[in-house]
Design a protein. Sequence first.
Length: 386
Amino acid sequence: MRTGTWLIGARGSVAVTSMIGALAVRAGLIAPTGCVLESPALRERIRPGIADLVFGGHDVTSVPLEKKAAELAGSGVVPAALAQAVKDDLAAVERHVRPLPAAATQAGTAQAIAGDLDRFRRRNDLDRVVVINVSTTEPAPAPHPAHASLDDLRAALADPLSATDPVLPPSSLAAYAALTAGCPYVDFTPSTGARLPALDALARERGLPYAGHDGKTGETLVKSVLAPMFAQRNLKVRTWSGINLLGGGDGANLARPGANAAKSASKQRVLPETLGYLPQGETRIDYLEDLGDFKTAWDLVTFEGFLGTGMRMEFTWHGCDSALAAPLVLDLARLTAAAHHAGRVGPLPELAFFFKDPLGEVPHGLADQWRTLCDLVSSLTPEPTP
């Protein structure tokens, strides 16, 4: 079940770490640690496997994959020996990474993106292609009347004025192109992506699934475990404040107010959804260049127990963002491809386990999300051949 994994932002840290990891697992050089579908409970349940994934993508930069791999090795994200061992395979992937098209209108750009996807599928004899957005976070867009209706969206995109007054933000234009090309779409960022009524209608028209948003890799992962604990023990959380420090390209992008606001809002959703109320406090994101691809989060939680006794909890999370995100990208490519193969259409809320701001009305506690994911995997597991 050869499956294309087309990455928007293919020359970035998360994308290249995903490629290196998949190529190394395929070659038997490393274990698939961090890949949820390779955990004992789910192993060998989903096809395609990691070895079935074929990579390509778009990016606005031209940094060679080999050079990016060397940078990741130099910063301690991937072992240098591993990057060297998959050098030839990474060079083969390089042939499938294209500049992000830019046409006179957004309709023309979408058509060019769709054309690249179709050529990638045909040249590699792929059963399907899953498009995953791992590019930088974009600010939340202003509402546009064409977002509500697929017919209105198509008409607005064809208007020459869309060149100077864009109808869709970049992530949604990528989603539109992917769905038009018959490809399921996943947004691993907090960007808008397919989360528009017109794009939901397009996915249903084309018989495609989609998923998102914002991969859950660090501080929010811990929140999704701890918040249900407070709720289940009937302890009143009075404040929950967090400070996130990160470097790298993602950190530099999040230094911009619009992108920062979109990311912070995504990180906070778990608390009111799980506790039933929003405690005092906020999540702050600061750029610290020296951290590179690593990130540190400090959280302070104050809570009230029996007799009104005040207590507190603090935790620190220090992790490598790309190494935490990359295995989830591989999981999502496999799960979304399996869902497409099984005939699933529209949003995939069962993938909430992977996201800070998941689609649909879903539980936000990690344990509940895990059970939902396991049920999905069971429903997608093919019957054994007699």
